[in-house]
Design a protein around this ligand. Structure first.
Ligand code: SF4
Length: 337
C-alpha cells in the first residue's frame, strides 16, 4: 500500500514495537524490548522508515521506542515545569506577562519518548480545542497584555486545515498580535506541509513556525521539501533541539544538524537541557555537556547556526540561558568545562 498523504500517514501509524519491526522487515523477539509504557508508543510509517537499526543506539529508534530504562521509572506522570499551576483557564499556560502557550490538541504524529508534556498527555488534560478555545478567548479579552500565543500541543498540525485556521483566526480576531505554531510535523510527517495549508495560513501572516529537529538524519529530502514550502511562503522557522544522551550529545552530530538547518532556512533557536521528567532519566546529560558542545560549536559554526543553550526551570523562573563565559569586575570569566 502506498502511504503518500499526511492523512494516510496518521491513519496508518504503527502503534506497537512489533508493528515497527514488521514494517521494517526485522525479526522480532518479545523479550528484547519493553512493550508497554504509561506514555503510549506510536509513530508514522515515514518516521519509522528513518530507523536504521532496531537498537537503542539508533537515535530515531531511541526517540520512538520505550526503553527498559523508561519502564523502571514509570511511577508517576508529574509536571516538572509546574505548568498546570500556571493554567488560568484549561489549555492555556501563562508563565510570562506578555505571552502564553495554548495546547490545542494532545495528538501527535509520533510520540517522542523525551516529551515534556508527558504529564498532560498521560492525564489527558485539555485535549480538545473545541472545549477549551471559548474560555481561552474570553480570558484573552480580559488580559490584553497577552500579545503572543504559541499554539502547541501535542502537535496542532495533526488537526485538519479548517480546524487550524479556525483556531488561528479566532486568536487573531481576539487581538493576538504574534502567533507561533509549535510542530514536529516537518520531522515526523513532512507531507503534512501542503501547498494548501501554507496558502491558508499565509493569510494570517506573520506566523512563526517552531519546529523540533534533534538529529541530522531527520533532515531528509521530504523534510527539506516541507521546510522549503514554509520558507517560500514567508513563514520564519525556528528550531528547538533537545539535548539527549545517546541521540545527539556530541559536537559532531549537532554541528551537522545545525548546518543542515541553516542551509534549509531554519534558525537553530534553542538547545534545551532535557527536562527532569520521570521516564526520561536515560536521556539526561550533565549541564557541562551542553556548555562544552556550545563552546566547541562556537569554534566551528557562524553565529546564525548556534542556538542558545537553555534550562527550563519550574514556575516563573522560566527559560534560563546558560553560557560558558560570564563576567566579574568587568572581566570575562570562562567556566571550567
Ligand atoms: S511531537 Fe512534541 S508534543 Fe508530541 S510527543 Fe513529540 S515532543 Fe511531545
Amino acid at each position: 500500500m502506498k502511504i503518500n498523504s499526511w492523512q494516510q500517514q496518521l491513519n496508518n501509524r504503527l502503534t506497537t514495537v512489533k508493528d515497527i519491526f514488521e514494517f521494517r522487515g526485522w525479526p522480532y523477539s518479545e523479550d528484547e524490548i519493553v512493550k508497554s509504557s504509561s506514555l503510549p508508543m506510536f509513530t508514522t510509517p515515514y518516521y519509522a522508515s528513518l530507523i536504521e537499526k532496531a537498537d537503542f543506539s539508533d537515535p530515531i529508534f531511541a526517540m520512538t521506542v520505550p526503553s527498559p530504562e523508561e519502564a523502571k521509572s514509570e511511577q508517576n506522570s508529574c509536571d516538572p515545569l509546574e505548568e498546570e499551576k500556571y493554567m488560568p483557564v484549561p489549555g492555556l499556560i501563562r508563565r510570562y506577562p506578555d505571552r502564553a502557550v495554548y495546547t490545542a490538541t494532545l495528538n501527535c504524529a509520533s510520540r517522542c519518548r523525551h516529551c515534556t508534556r508527558r504529564w498532560q498527555i498521560i492525564k489527558s488534560v485539555c485535549s480538545d480545542w473545541r472545549e477549551t478555545l471559548p474560555a481561552v478567548l474570553e480570558y484573552l479579552k480580559k488580559e490584553p497584555k497577552v500579545e503572543e500565543i504559541i499554539i502547541s500541543g501535542g502537535d496542532p498540525l495533526t488537526l485538519p486545515d479548517d480546524e487550524i485556521i479556525e483556531i488561528i483566526s479566532s486568536l487573531k480576531k481576539q487581538g493576538v498580535k504574534i502567533l507561533r505554531l509549535g510542530t514536529r510535523m516537518p520531522v515526523t510527517c513532512p507531507m503534512r506541509i501542503t501547498d494548501d495549508l501554507c496558502q491558508k495560513m499565509k493569510a494570517f501572516s506573520p506566523i512563526w513556525i517552531q519546529t523540533h529537529f534533534n538529529h541530522p538524519r531527520e533532515v531528509t529530502e521530504e523534510a527539506k521539501e516541507a521546510l522549503s514550502k514554509l520558507a517560500d511562503n514567508g513563514f520564519p522557522i525556528n528550531n528547538q533541539t533537545v539535548l539527549l544522551k545517546g541521540v545527539n550529545d556530541n559536537t559532531e552530530t549537532l554541528e551537522k544538524l545545525f548546518r543542515l538547518l541553516v542551509i534549509n532556512r531554519v534558525r537553530p533557536y534553542y538547545l534545551f537541557q532535557c527536562d527532569k521528567i520521570p521516564g526520561t532519566e536515560h536521556f539526561w546529560t550533565p549541564l557541562e555537556t551542553g556548555l562544552k558542545i556550545i563552546k566547541e560549536l562556537r569554534e566551528r559554526l557562524s553565529g546564525i547556526a548556534i542556538p542558545t543553550f537553555i534550562v527550563d526551570r519550574p514556575a516563573l523562573d522560566g527559560k534560563v540561558p546558560l553560557s560558558y563565559a560570564t563576567s566579574k569586575e568587568n572581566e570575562i570569566v570562562f567556566s571550567e568545562i
